[in-house]
Design a protein around this ligand. Structure first.
Ligand SMILES: [Zn+2]
Length: 74
């Protein structure tokens, strides 16, 4: 199955709370956001897949994705 392209989303810098589009370096405080942005994007993808798994009644994928999201911190 082809995944839809990641849509745009906004992030808030965990250091200074500046809202911005995803980027590697915070526009305000210069914090390294690369890993943070990857985690946020991965969580969004996992949530979409979890919705689909629930809709299609796939218990294995549902359990795996719930576990992954729990590990990621919700
Ligand atoms: Zn910042």
């Amino acid at each position: 199955m082809i995944e839809p392209a990641a849509d745009d989303f906004a992030i808030e810098c965990p250091v200074c709370r500046a809202g911005q589009s995803p980027r590697d370096i915070c526009r305000r405080c210069g914090a390294d956001l690369a890993l943070f942005v990857r985690a946020v994007a991965s969580r969004r993808t996992a949530r979409r897949r979890l919705e689909r798994a629930i809709m299609t009644g796939d218990p294995d994928a549902t359990a795996r994705l719930r576990s992954y999201l729990e590990w990621l911190g919700g």
